[in-house]
Ligand binder design. Structure first.
Ligand code: TXA
Ligand code: MG
Length: 326
């Protein structure tokens, strides 16, 4: 098995693989990423191939430090302000590519913009530093399936296809980064994440909103409405359960019933998960993908999801849930 623990020695090996044009799954604070040398078009192409991802979906370039970005993308004033506040961390910024940008055009899927991010995970940081070039890294899952938040998830879906999986436990954030588009005058958030619209608005001193999202013609091509999908139906805002359904709970389930009789509390452990008994949205985000996977079993008729408050990180959680349900 090519799954190894992320020791300094293995990070050095991973860097050697990447320098030779290989593909490595790496931990980040958001989700595990499938990494390749951003300057090497052939290596980037391998990523699309492994993920089975539509070619028009552009990738994020990950840098070790914010100051490395300027050689690839135009860091405008707003970008500097956001970088100062949120990097390293779960924020991706879309910027115009610089002239003669060394990042493969395939990574931008032919667009004149580049998505950039500086992850805060120590292993990701060390790996990018050891490489000396930025790494493009989509989430390390097959296109259209749930993003991996643990090395086991990566091994399950991509195990045989990647040169190495660097394992470093579960991702602390558990949701992909917030994507904010600074390439045009009007700032918009293309993908909600742990950094919220309110926080971004405050730093920029202007009201920034989530893109309302025309599902058929999304601006960020990766935002295909159906994206994070379990194999069984997902039913949102459930206030009670249908017989045979599994329960993805949030907060207390004391008063939740099963149609035709019975209480949610008495369901077997295999049929229920609670994103956060205390109603903590950060904890819920970190558990979301893992729990969806655990409940996604053919013996369940579907997954009923309790309502999640649509505030703060809840906006991002509900966004992922809506996609998974569509
Ligand atoms: O948290 C994350 O961002 C993870 C970790 C591994 O860093 N990566 C990730 O990558 O989620 P991916 O490829 O699964 O999602 C990137 C999103 C897609 O929705 C893509 O369409 C959008 O960013 N994107 C990338 N480049 C873009 C660009 N130039 N313009 C508009 N959207 C872009
Ligand atoms: Mg993804």
């Amino acid at each position: 098995m090519n799954l190894v623990s992320a020791t300094d020695e293995n990070i050095a090996k991973a860097a050697a693989i990447l320098k030779a044009g290989g593909v490595v799954a790496m931990p980040t604070e958001t989700v595990y990423g499938l990494a390749a040398n951003a300057f090497d078009g052939k290596a980037v192409a391998k990523i699309f191939e492994i993920k089975g991802r539509p070619q028009f979906n552009p990738l994020i370039a990950h840098f070790a430090e914010g100051r490395g970005v300027a050689s690839c993308a135009v860091m405008n004033e707003k970008a500097e302000a956001l970088a100062q506040k949120f990097w390293p961390g779960p924020l991706t910024i879309i910027l115009p590519r610089v002239k003669n940008c060394p990042v493969s055009e395939l990574a931008s899927a032919g667009l004149e913009t580049l998505a950039v991010r500086v992850p805060s995970h120590k292993v990701a940081h060390k790996l990018i530093k050891a490489c000396g070039f930025p790494l493009v890294a989509p989430s390390a899952n097959l296109s259209g399936t749930i993003s991996p938040t643990s090395p086991a998830h990566v091994a399950e879906s991509l195990g045989g296809k990647v040169d190495m999986i660097l394992a470093a436990g579960s991702s602390s954030v558990g949701l992909e980064s917030t994507v904010v588009d600074l390439s045009e005058d009007k700032v918009v958030i293309l993908r909600p994440g742990a950094v919220t619209a309110e926080e971004i608005s405050e730093v920029l001193g202007e009201k920034v909103e989530y893109e309302s999202g025309d599902a058929l013609k999304p601006k960020s091509p990766g935002l295909l409405l159906k994206h994070y999908a379990p194999n069984i139906p997902l039913r949102l805002n459930a206030i009670d359960l249908n017989p045979g359904e599994a329960l993805l709970a949030f907060s207390s389930i004391k008063f939740m019933g099963i149609k035709g009789g019975g209480a949610a509390m008495s369901l077997p452990e295999s049929q229920k998960r609670n994103l956060s008994e205390e109603g903590d949205l950060h904890q819920a985000a970190a558990n979301l993908f893992a729990y969806m996977r655990e409940l996604d079993r053919p013996e369940h008729k579907g997954i009923a999801v309790m309502p999640i408050p649509d505030i703060g990180l809840g906006v991002a959680i509900n966004d992922r849930l809506k996609r998974a349900a569509s």
